[in-house]
Design a binder for this molecule. Structure first.
Ligand code: PLP
Length: 412
């Protein structure tokens, strides 16, 4: 029988129905603790990347543990505040901050804007001047290192839309230093996601260190260096570097640098703290392939369709006697009218209609990327802690999906 902490998933499916995301509170805290312990010898702040999973329950658990947050929108900042997070521990990333976003963040007193272009810097200075405030900033430098990850989640190469080119960074810092309402506090990079090796992080850090020294020569002293997120996780058989080894490789250089260090982990904090529970609706064996049509679909979990991501699918209870080698191969698919609507392909499983399955590694970039395509209400979310469990987001109703719409000619 499959359990998440001390609760069986079949009990959860009975009570909350499916599809349903389930998160383990302890699993999230364990990773946070692992980061904290691994970097305990230096002054550091873990800023959880909210976009990986922005449920208020996840944010509140991390806020209580002392985490800061990396946000990419005003909406994410509002979530952090609603969950009890401190604005003073928030860094604001993203290429498209609007005047409204900047004003709101300045009024809340965030820790730092991670600035991605000269025009953004000018805009932040302008808004800060209007509010009579100083805006703390770091420049997100694009170190032009290859993170060896899927092209859609690689962000540190020259031709990505992210960051300020490494060879322009000193000039932009010098420009920032002349701006009346800008307070230069740090330097930042984020080179990609699901990185399984430590070498790209070291290459990026080396490039930042070189810049930090050049800036010091110009009299621009920084208080922090932010290495972004991006540490990978095991979905099926990947062997990502552990957090302890990641720290071990970076610590000698970071200790010498003697600046406060920020990290912005998203995926590695929550991916393996979550599963998506789904039930088999219909089995459709065909001459060429066997399809198991389940009640979750690409609108609930788009990673397989979007990045060809492979995630493990495990049954809620193992059959007594069948060996895996005797099991048929199934494509686990949703009911949406798209051939790309699959959750997993060619998995050896012994399946019957109504079976309960768990898609693992679903805690990051799962619910946050969900949609209502095909007018499908979004799944509910549940958090488990020991023997306790709690609904942390209600399942949507169909009526709510069109509540903001009106038929043509309706004046209401
Ligand atoms: C997405 C993102 C992160 C988090 O990345 P993970 O791979 O989920 O750890 C951190 N920083 C920035 C700027 C991001 O865009």
């Amino acid at each position: 029988m499959l359990y998440i902490e001390d609760v069986s998933v079949s009990e959860l499916a009975e009570q909350y129905a499916t599809p349903c995301y389930v998160y383990s509170k302890q699993a999230i805290l364990n990773v946070y603790q692992d980061y904290s312990d691994s970097f305990a010898t230096i002054d550091h702040q873990i800023c959880y990347a909210v976009k990986a999973n922005s449920n208020l329950a996840v944010l509140s658990v991390l806020a209580e543990a002392g985490a800061g947050f990396d946000i990419v929108s005003r909406g994410e900042l509002m979530r952090v505040l609603a969950a009890g997070g401190a604005a003073a521990k928030v860094v604001f990333s993203g290429v498209g901050k609007t005047r409204d976003d900047i004003e709101f963040a300045l009024n809340q007193g965030i820790n730092c804007f991670n600035v991605e272009s000269v025009n953004e810097l000018i805009l932040i200075n302008e808004v800060a001047e209007q509010l009579g405030k100083f805006a703390p900033i770091s420049l997100r430098v694009n170190p032009d290192v290859d993170a060896n990850t899927h092209p859609y989640i690689s962000t540190g190469l020259k031709d990505n839309k992210f960051g300020i080119a490494h060879d322009k960074a000193v000039a932009v810092y010098s420009q920032a230093a002349t701006m009346s309402h800008i307070d230069i506090v740090g330097i930042d990079c984020h080179i990609g996601s699901q990185l399984t090796e430590v070498e790209p992080f070291i290459a990026a850090l080396d490039k930042l260190i070189e810049l930090i020294h050049k800036l010091a020569e110009l009299g621009i002293e920084l208080a922090h260096v932010d290495l972004g997120g991006g540490l990978g996780v095991r979905y099926i058989d990947e062997s990502p570097v552990t957090i302890a080894d990641f720290a071990g490789a970076l610590l000698p250089k970071l200790t010498q640098l003697n600046l406060k260090v920020f990290f912005e982990p998203g995926r590695s904090m929550v991916a393996n703290a979550g599963i998506l529970l789904t039930r088999v609706d219909i089995l459709k064996p065909t001459e060429h392939k066997n399809f198991a049509i389940v009640d979750a679909a690409m609108n609930d979990l788009i990673r397989p369709a979007l990045y060809q991501a492979e995630m493990a699918v495990i049954p809620s209870a193992l059959p007594d006697s069948v060996s895996v080698h005797d099991m048929p191969s199934w494509d686990i698919v949703g009911a949406i009218c798209e051939t790309g609507d699959f959750l997993a392909k060619e998995r050896l499983l012994s399946l019957a209609a109504n079976d309960l399955l768990a898609i693992t590694g679903a805690g990051a970039y799962g619910m946050v990327m969900s949609s209502n395509y095909n007018t499908r209400p979004r799944a509910c979310e549940v958090m488990v802690a020991g023997t306790k469990h709690q609904l942390v987001r209600k399942r949507e109703t169909v009526e709510a999906l069109y509540a903001n719409e009106m038929p043509w000619g309706n004046k209401g």
